[in-house]
Design a protein around this ligand. Sequence first.
Ligand code: F0G
Length: 480
Amino acid sequence: MQVKLSSGKTIPMEMHKVRIVQQTWLRPVEERRRAIQEAGFNTFLLRSKDIFLDMLTDSGTNAMSDNQLAAMMVSDDAYAGSESFFKLTNAVEEMLGFRLTIPVHQGRAAEHLIAKTFVRPGDACIMNYHFTTTKAHFEMAGGVVLELYKDGALQTESDDPFKGNMDLQKLEDTIQQFGADHVSFVRMEATTNLIGGQPFSLENLRAVKTICEKHGIMLVFDGSLLMENAFFIQQRELPQMSVAEIARAMMETVDLFYMSARKGPSVRGGLMATNHQALFDRLLPWVPVYEGFSTYGGMSTKEIEAMAVGLREMLADDIAGAGADMVEYFVGRMVEEGLPVVTPAGGLACHVDVKRFLPHIPQTQYPAGALSAAFYLVSGVRGMERGTISTDRTPDGADVPAGVELMRLAVPRRVYTLSHIEFVVDRLKWLFQHRSLVQGLGWISEPPVLRFFFGRLSALNQWDAALMNAFAADFGSNAL
Ligand code: F0G
């Protein structure tokens, strides 16, 4: 929800009140330097106690509602046939229109089972864009991941409302090239995460579905960020429809749905759903092998109860845009301050365009990783590298320069306030003015897969010392 002030300025308006809070604090800059050094300049390896505002991710970090918390109290802890599961299937059927639901412990567990069941070695896994865990699972199963995003999707400065759209001509051409029998599926990812949380239109989704149907190819839908994509469609394409109606219309195109429920529904879990009995029957036997019995899927029944409530709440018009409105304000302030940021504002985070923020650092020295470490140092705010470090090497060991170098500052839903956002923008502004002090990173130890999680790096020429000194000279060591 946005509200227009009498000055004409628009600000996000929280349609909730805060009744439980968690203490946070800002360590002195010297301690922050020690913390980031110990973390190998990898923000994943920081400890929560050393972080002021945690903008690493919007996954599992969102504020739950009172109704969700209440639902957790009445969960039914049966190994098989839990009533909590049936509340979930009812919510899925009512909100998304799928009769068959498989709970899994989180989104990547669904990807694992989908890879195991549907990906054949050498076959194409076509998608608008990959997510890190998606690509890892499909490639480990031998699939060839092909991203058929439209021209301009990776352009960071843009006014294209639907950068997440699939290029329909490329889709036809790729199916022609592989042959429909050698396409495992087409996967559409809502609010396409790695290109900056950018949505696709309902029109594009329907056109993709028409092509899939013509060739007998299954449409898989990653709905981890469904609520924001539906919200953007309402804002940018179909203002006369409610978010819930738009979500239902999107789901009508889908053969197999899956989601991480750690985002929109504000819980810690995931699910798969479909109306095709044959698809369900192929997936089901693997669920107890890898997740747990099919009525809990590796989750606590408390989470399942909260997920059922969260699925209904997240598609309400007042709630669906709670995160996206805050991101829009954040991105708008960045643009006002002349800071390089992905536009239009996306769904889950403000994405700083690092190629423009740190143009002096080549991709071989991981500028997005360097900026994430530097920003933590000067603010205590934890962001995430979404650039070349987040892209694994090719099988022959070559580094793959990422299409976009981003620092993601995620905005967990209903957690941070406008003053938090103003603080972040201010410290980014300071860092931009001192950007020449930041240099690249080099590897200390590099894992073979999803290296961004555990990789350790060091600051070339120990640039962190000069940055810390410049910060302390302007603000003192602890600057709140
Ligand atoms: N698909 C998308 C689009 C995602 O954003 C994520 C997770 C997953 C799948 C995997 O789900 O984490 O529940 O296993 N995104 C988180 C993030 C991790 O930080 O953006 P998961």
